[in-house]
Design a protein around this ligand. Structure first.
Ligand SMILES: [Zn+2]
Ligand SMILES: [Zn+2]
Ligand SMILES: [Zn+2]
Length: 393
């Protein structure tokens, strides 16, 4: 049986001393090295003090193809804060003296605009949870070569407002509008989030899930809305988004979802409107690819797991004719096998299912459509001239 494909981007990292380290770490527990995340290399790196105060230099590790070379960094201003940001900013040592390293802010932190009151002790914990989930989201988007630009630099960019309900009681709605993603800070409170999840009969509600859903709305604007061929394909798969959104939401909350929603959608909320179906499916695609990559990074081979369900085949695809269709089906069938094992693992610990969804075959084509959009962005990044020829007609 062939082994699973290697991960698109590794989620397993090693310190220069060889000890495994993780995306959230700031210091190696084995050798004490300072650690940070390099957004160009898409990996964690070990650091030693550089040539100037506050400047850090990458320590070459035994497995790296190149030496530490010219890799100099500033650490993000929020490294010592409650948000514990471990992202790095590439530095040019020649420019070391004019810059003020204490002002250096990483890409992830620069995307947060509206902020809640982090002087409250409780909010410091929420800040860490929110920014940690956001960094996980962004590290995956960067690896997939999806555009990640601050709105302050480009009208097409994105920005995050993390807001709490103020004394006057004005509600904060988690959502997206024109590149502005609003997150209600209360979602970082486990009791609040779990209470809503249970009352809404949702199988899954997490900060990372919120981020992945809302960024899906952003990418719909950015990658689908203004591309006529894609928009036509979107409407064929998800429905016509020109139907009244406010009425659709109102109907959903008044009547509930259609009884046969599990046949057509991943979640009941996806049945409200084509935009929500897209955002739910997009979030799901990110769940699948990140988890599959993480499993592959740690040598877990989904092919070795026995599956009890019939694999998805080409009948369920949106475009079985595409050269990438076989790889996509393998990804999805690996995913089904992997989730069965993941769920048994969490049940063994008395926890709820790690993957509390059923993937209906009608969603397969929608996921393939998203897969193709993501692939084309990657192609455009890696070979800008060839990308246009390779897009599905
Ligand atoms: Zn180490
Ligand atoms: Zn930062
Ligand atoms: Zn939404």
């Amino acid at each position: 049986m062939p082994r699973s494909k290697p991960p698109a981007v590794s989620r397993a990292y090693r310190c220069q001393c060889g000890r495994p380290i993780f995306l959230r770490n700031t210091q190696c527990v084995n050798c004490g090295s300072q650690l940070g995340y390099d957004i160009e290399r898409l990996t964690m790196v070990a650091l030693r003090p550089g040539a100037a105060p506050e400047l850090w230099h990458r320590v070459a590790d035994a497995t790296a193809a190149s030496s530490g070379g010219d890799d100099n960094y500033w650490c993000c201003i929020n490294r010592q804060s409650a948000s514990a940001c471990n992202w790095l900013i590439k530095a040019n040592p020649q420019l070391a003296s004019p810059v003020q390293p204490q002002r250096m802010i990483c890409l992830s932190c620069s995307l947060t605009r509206g902020m809640f009151d982090i002087t409250k002790a409780r909010n410091q914990h929420y800040w860490r949870q929110l920014e940690g989930a956001k960094r996980r989201l962004l590290s995956q988007l960067l690896a997939l070569r999806l555009p990640v630009q601050p709105k302050s630099e480009s009208d097409d960019g994105v920005v995050f407002d993390m807001l709490e309900v103020t004394a006057d009681g004005k509600p904060v709605m988690t959502g997206h509008h024109n590149g502005v993603i609003t997150l209600n800070v209360a979602e970082a409170d486990d009791v609040h989030r779990e209470t809503i999840r249970a009352s809404m009969h949702e199988p899954y509600r997490t900060l990372l899930g919120h981020f992945r859903h809302e960024i899906g709305h952003y990418y719909w604007d950015r990658l689908v809305r203004d591309e006529p061929a894609r928009l036509a394909d979107f409407r064929a798969l998800f429905g016509d988004e020109r139907q009244d959104y406010a009425k659709a939401l109102e109907r959903h909350y008044r009547q509930g979802p259609p009884v046969d929603w599990p046949v057509h959608y991943l979640t009941s909320y996806a049945s409200t409107h084509p935009w929500e179906d897209w955002a739910e499916t997009w979030a799901h695609y990110l769940h699948i690819t990140d988890t599959i990559d993480t499993a592959a990074s740690f040598g877990i081979d989904a092919n070795q797991a026995d599956t009890e369900s019939e694999p998805f085949d080409a009948r369920f695809l949106w475009r079985p004719d595409l050269s990438t269709a076989g790889d996509f089906l393998n990804l999805l069938n690996d995913w089904v096998r992997l989730t069965q094992v993941m769920n048994e693992l969490t049940r063994s610990m008395g926890q709820t299912d790690c993957y509390p969804f059923v993937l209906p075959y009608r969603v397969v084509g929608k996921l393939q459509f998203i897969h193709e959009i993501v692939l084309s962005q990657r192609l455009r990044h890696e070979a800008p001239d060839a990308a246009l020829d390779a897009l599905p007609a």
